[in-house]
Design a protein around this ligand. Sequence first.
Ligand SMILES: Nc1ncnc2c1ncn2[C@@H]1O[C@H](COP(=O)(O)OP(=O)(O)OP(=O)(O)O)[C@@H](O)[C@H]1O
Length: 495
Amino acid sequence: MMLIAGDEMEKDFESKMRLQNQAASGPSAAAVERSRSFAFRAPQEQFSIQDFELGKIYGVGSYSKVVRAKKKDTGKVYALKIMDKKFITKEKKTSYVKLERIVLDQLDHPGIVRLFFTFQDNYSLYMALESCEGGELFDQITRKGRLSEADARFYAAEVIDALEYIHSVGLIHRDIKPENLLLTSDGHMKIADFGSVKPMKDSQIKLLPTSSNEKACTFVGTAAYVPPEVLNSSPATFGNDLWALGCTIYQMLSGTSPFKDASEWLIFQRIIARDLKFPDYFSDEATDLIDKLLDTDPSKRLGAGPDGYAALKMHPFFQGIDWELLREQPAPKLALDPNATSSSDDQDAPWSLAHVGDGSQSNSGADGSSGGTSSSESSSLSRIASIDSFDSRWRDFLDPGETVVMISMVKKIQKLTNKKVQLILTDKPKLIYVDPSKLILKGNIIWSDNPNDLSIQVTTSSSFKIVTPKKVILFEDAKQRAWQWKKAIEGLQNR
Ligand SMILES: Nc1ncnc2c1ncn2[C@@H]1O[C@H](COP(=O)(O)OP(=O)(O)OP(=O)(O)O)[C@@H](O)[C@H]1O
């Protein structure tokens, strides 16, 4: 049986958990509290990917894919976060994965995405998360252009309610932004993505011995939402999240982040200079709230002072909010994806599983090796990516057996007009873009493994150029995945 680094990672994880338990069994009250349990609330199950019917892709992160998955026996729907073990090890993301797993396991709040269980196979780690069918707040802002103050107030209140809890257990999230604020089908907010979380010294959250140190000096977060003190290498504080909250409220009300600019460097200059302008249509209350959250002194930000969250919740912008009954209130109406197919079967359509996980469906050998499929030979990149092929909208653009490595809705920037296109990279390799509403092929970028004939230049975290001898095409990925596109294309050129 092939033993890959990811298995070592999981074993290492388990042995450290045991170590932690033993170390925690001393006489002090805190130790007793720690030793009482280190059984995960979300258990490590013996499931396999074949136990699930996979549906649409919810999203792609820098080291994972999140897919809608219905457990066949119970009919329960999860958001299955699938991480390729080899990729995680190669990209040195193990500490992020471990931290997210252990932190999510212990968090218990209606405003935080719940982790139900985990499992693994030879190639992948799987986290079964609470499914947020309403998608990202980011998409709501994009679809609506900007949100009304009433809607922004409600979402901001739900984020504050969850942030108060996160801070009360001694954690700083460090990546609050509209892409990480997910909505349930009834429109309520859940904070997701705990891979960048920073536990404070007195955090109530139990950790692995190395988790916090490994990441102590790492720059995390997203350029547009980073507070000025982080750019000056000051230690992380709860104020980091309050700054990001201010940026997020600004973005909800205006449609763009407050320090948006053409490059990361320019964004950082604007943050440091606090170059902040409020649109005329912001109410005085909204302007005042954002102004107080975007204080350059982290300890003076509203919510960080001696009155803590009470001061934030009492701000006039939140007048009329019933903080106790937030989750019982009707949430803002969701704007639906105009490009989504209307039928609900698309969400539940069973996928072929030949290329997912260890691909062993019914013909796997006793040693766990797969028989009959190409998955045992295929690269880990295409294995995890293959799940995209079954998003039925794009199936017509693929040959049988061809799988998608990366896919994004991007803007193709042209002189006169910008066009929204679905950019698709497959394992063939093939690089095409498709008109998402008419579902017709708009372009095929001729593939070459030679970077002189095909290269990708990242200009900012959200824009990149695909350069061939014949033409240069400029794309904008609003979700800031320019570097991921570069990596994916170069990964296939060097396969
Ligand atoms: N529980 C969930 N329900 C529905 N969609 C989800 C869920 N969790 C994540 N997603 C979607 O999947 C995308 C990728 O999530 P993931 O947590 O892997 O990456 P990320 O943290 O957003 O990206 P990165 O790791 O690069 O910061 C998210 O942006 C979101 O759109």
